[in-house]
Design a protein around this ligand. Structure first.
Ligand SMILES: Nc1nc2c(ncn2[C@@H]2O[C@H](COP(=O)(O)OP(=O)(O)OP(=O)(O)O)[C@@H](O)[C@H]2O)c(=O)[nH]1
Ligand SMILES: [Mg+2]
Ligand SMILES: [Zn+2]
Length: 359
């Protein structure tokens, strides 16, 4: 496959070139125990080299994720089925990430070099507006643009009501109602993905990400599974991330369902409405509680702003601030680890030199 069709652009070719004895490719599958790289000569299994893996312990940029452009080194005489070593990760145009679940302050990459992030929801269930706000806040900071995909439109009897509710949080973000089952609305999804641009589908298990992938592609490459009868919950069917090339030229990444999307970083562009009201408050440090001249309270009182949205705005803002503080602490620890590993390297070089002198 031509690498330009896979999304190779001057953004990447302006970076130091791939040396002759390496091969350039894009990560098109990420499984629990390995990757698949697509190169000009075809696809092959790959894994990070030992050196890249060690680097990844101290440098987030060296962690490999689906969508990455990489250089692979292939041992002389190795065949296309042998596992190639990934030796380098190109600088990313966009990075979709979240915080690892639990108390740890660690970043988890979801996908790299994507243009559009589709937040997929199911119209079969009550929409979780607060979760959508959370996704949008994270995505606005990724370098990619968000689109909300409301799937299973065939199961919804009052679409206008749902769209009206969503409008209050989506703001300028496109909202598309589609059905992966009937194919309705999929032209609009295709329109979001011109040739050589990459989209990624994210969302809870069972909302239909893999069914959508198969529909967009026109054939079943990703396994799908019915949701649980009792509560419509998904069964976490997809376990690997996979990038597929659509016939009209766009690229799409299917991902495993996420239980939660904890923010690693965020941009309150997702709360432009509240932000611009807050800027009109009489006092710069307005807490939007009972201060005189509070534009936020006034909007809640006259019904033009939902109080739940203000709570969410506060909550996510606090979460991001707390995260920054924790990242500072974690960053210092990582800095120390890097220093220590550099120290070890220095010592081993010195030892090597001494040993050589002795010979
Ligand atoms: N009625 C209807 N069912 C759908 C639609 N899209 C998907 N489904 C069904 O929803 C179920 C779950 O779909 P999947 O594609 O496996 O969901 P997923 O989001 O990939 O789930 P995970 O891989 O677990 O994250 C399957 O039974 C699909 O047939 C749709 O538009 N309408
Ligand atoms: Mg799936
Ligand atoms: Zn105020």
């Amino acid at each position: 496959m031509d690498l330009h069709d896979l999304g190779w652009t001057s953004f990447f070719s302006d970076q130091p070139a791939c040396p002759d004895h390496h091969t350039l490719g894009r990560i098109v599958a990420q499984e629990r125990h390995g990757f698949v790289v697509a190169t000009a000569a075809g696809q092959r299994p790959a894994e990070p080299s030992g050196k890249l893996r060690r680097l990844a312990e101290v440098e987030d940029d060296a962690v490999v994720v689906v969508g990455d452009w990489v250089d692979i080194a292939t041992a002389a005489g190795s065949g296309a089925d042998d596992v190639a070593h990934i030796v380098r990760v190109y600088g990313r145009r966009s990075t979709l990430q979240r915080k690892e679940a639990g108390e740890v302050t660690r970043r988890q990459l979801i996908a790299a070099n994507v243009d559009v992030v589709f937040v997929v929801c199911s119209l079969n269930q009550e929409l979780n507006i607060r979760r959508i706000e959370r996704y949008l806040t994270g995505i606005w900071d990724s370098g990619a643009r968000p689109v909300v995909l409301l799937n299973k439109a065939d199961l919804c009897d009052d679409l206008p009501a749902v769209l009206a509710e969503l409008e209050t949080v989506a703001l300028t973000v496109p909202v598309l109602a589609v059905s992966a089952a009937t194919g309705a609305g999929l032209d609009e999804v295709h329109a979001q993905l011109p040739a050589a641009t990459t989209g990624v589908l994210v969302g809870s298990s069972g909302v239909g990400k893999s069914t959508l992938t198969n529909r967009l592609l026109g054939r079943a490459v990703q396994p799908t599974q019915a949701v649980r009868a009792g509560d419509d919950k998904g069964r976490h069917t997809t376990t690997a991330k996979r990038l597929v090339a659509l016939s009209h030229g766009g690229l799409v990444i299917d991902t495993p369902g996420m239980r939660e999307f904890q923010l690693w970083s965020g941009d309150t562009a997702s709360f432009d409405d509240v932000d611009s009201l807050a800027a009109q408050c009489k006092f710069n440090d307005c807490g939007h509680e009972s201060e005189p001249g509070c534009a936020v309270r006034a909007a809640i009182d006259d019904g033009s702003l939902d109080a739940g949205r203000v709570t969410s705005w506060r909550k996510l803002g606090r979460e991001l601030a707390r995260l920054e503080a924790r990242k500072d602490a974690a960053g210092r620890a990582q800095e120390r680890a890097r220093f220590k590993s550099q120290g070890k390297l220095y010592k081993s070089i010195q030892k090597h030199k001494r040993d050589r002198h002795r010979d």
